[in-house]
Design a protein around this ligand. Structure first.
Ligand code: GDP
Length: 454
């Protein structure tokens, strides 16, 4: 493989920048541009994990001074010889040094090139490589813990357990089908069933935690909806812990969609407090109402607020109708007032309901618990190794489907040959998931989403 270099730190002014060179010629390329000051030896003579101070030079011209750190194959991030140059963190100086390295026969690294090399050199599985990207883009502690646990190999091990079981089964099936007359012990149907059932159950657990993991990583796009004056803004302020949107007694004063992110334990809600969804003649207000309608259609979580101190209205019924088969929680607000709201009339449209008094700050814990129930958070831990993206999910789903088909083929008396083919298909999906048997196109697609320099 060729030798490649890229700036690994952000393209912005900062204390230092790091330029990484990886490949067979990394050390000799560094020799050409580095003049040691702290020692007498060039990078190619330095030991792995060692560091030297010196000047970065283009012939007799000094571009900068900085540190060179040497990693020797296979003990480096990529598994190849790697040199990292730490220079001053100016955009211009960093780019000049990179240009100088590229002028010395080194290629510019593509997106995710270093992590891709690490994968191709067997330093990590594909799921671990994908976790590297998730670590970089994590914006909350739970999401970061999910990604760290993946990088450490938690998901890989869960998949490997299923995959190893199936491989062993395929081995004995192949031996038995190929040499039925030899002394190979017959594979019993119940043994095949047991392995398939265990694999299906493991994959099922993985797949069912996917949505929880996604919500933990990405947060839930949340719409707070309800007719005017039910207390949406007050609820939003309670959630956000600060006065964010206008609270007022005049109906329809929240004229636009106000956005804010709040954290309910492990889950980040991206809130939008919308103008009440109701018919209005006011033009400015109607723009807000339109947006609220759109928000209601696309939101991942709907908090439908009702005034429990008033009788149910047609608008309430209409909103409840829109919440049918959605991720909707009914929030019965104003629990401090005399209760007049007949919730049972619309309760079947909601996945859950809670009573709160937004104004008195009561019921936040109940609301948090309801959101957690909705996303199946009980038993969820960021460390358990969960499917991190659609690619992984679809591989796991396909594998599970193949094993289910194999199981029903077996039960309906199909030949071991036919069953073997189905198990083999499922196994291939698992190997694609971990990257052990992923096509070049799949690998390229995964790394194309990385940033340059990682
Ligand atoms: P929105 O139009 O749905 O955003 O409603 P607001 O948040 O502006 O609240 C409308 C009115 O209801 C305000 O006067 C609030 O003080 C009042 N309100 C909100 N929550 C509660 C509550 O839990 N109890 C009582 N008694 N009043 C509330």
């Amino acid at each position: 493989m060729s030798t490649a270099a890229a700036i690994s730190t952000p393209r912005a002014q900062g204390g230092i920048s790091v330029i990484r060179i990886s490949g067979e010629d990394a050390l000799s390329a560094a020799d050409k541009i580095f003049q040691p000051v702290s020692c007498k030896i060039l990078p190619s003579e330095m030991e792995g994990y060692s560091c030297a101070y010196g000047k970065i030079v283009n012939g007799s011209e000094v571009l900068d001074d900085g540190l060179v750190t040497v990693f020797r194959a296979p003990r480096s991030y990529t598994g190849e010889d790697v040199v990292e140059i730490s220079c001053h963190g100016g955009i211009f100086v960093t780019e000049q040094i990179l240009r100088l390295i590229l002028a010395n026969g080194v290629e510019a690294a593509g997106a995710g090139e270093f992590t891709k090399r690490a994968f191709l050199n067997g330093k990590m599985s594909l799921t671990q490589a994908e976790a590297v990207m998730d670590i970089i883009s994590a914006d909350g502690s739970a999401g970061l813990r999910c990604a760290e646990s993946l990088r450490e190999g938690s998901l890989f091990r869960r998949i490997k357990k299923v995959s190893d079981g199936m491989l062993k089964l395929l081995g004995s099936l192949a031996a038995w089908v190929d040499y039925p007359d030899d002394d190979i012990p017959a594979v019993e149907e119940y043994e095949i069933e047991a392995v398939l059932e265990a694999g299906i159950s493991d994959l099922d657990k993985l797949l069912s935690s996917y949505e929880s993991g996604r919500i933990v990583r990405e947060g839930a796009d949340t719409a707070i909806v309800g007719r005017p004056n039910v207390g949406k803004s007050t609820l939003m302020n309670l959630l956000a812990g600060c006065e964010r949107s206008i609270v007022s007694d005049t109906a329809g004063t929240t004229r636009d969609v106000v956005e804010e992110s709040v954290r309910l334990r492990n889950i980040v809600l991206r809130l939008s407090d919308t103008a009440g969804i109701h018919d209005t003649a006011d033009r400015v207000e109607s723009i807000g109402v339109d947006r609220a309608r759109k928000k209601l259609d696309t939101a991942n979580l709907i908090l439908a607020v009702f005034d429990a101190g008033s009788e149910i209205t047609d608008e309430d019924r209409e909103l409840a109708e829109k919440c049918r088969s959605r991720n909707a929680i009914a929030v019965l607000n104003k629990s401090d007032l005399e209760q007049r709201f007949n919730f049972s009339e619309i309760s079947e449209n909601f996945r859950d309901s809670v009573t709160v008094s937004a104004e008195k700050g009561e019921g936040l814990e109940r609301l948090t618990a309801a959101v957690e129930r909705l996303y199946g958070m009980s038993g969820f831990s960021p460390d358990m190794g969960i499917l991190a993206n659609e690619r992984q999910k679809s591989c796991a789903a396909k594998a599970k489907q193949c094993f289910e088909e194999a199981l029903s083929a077996l039960r309906s008396g199909a030949t071991f040959d036919a069953v073997t083919i189905l198990i083999d298909d499922g196994e291939n999906s698992l190997l694609e998931l971990t990257g052990e048997k992923a096509s070049e196109a799949v690998v390229d697609e995964v790394f194309s989403r990385f940033c340059v320099g990682k």
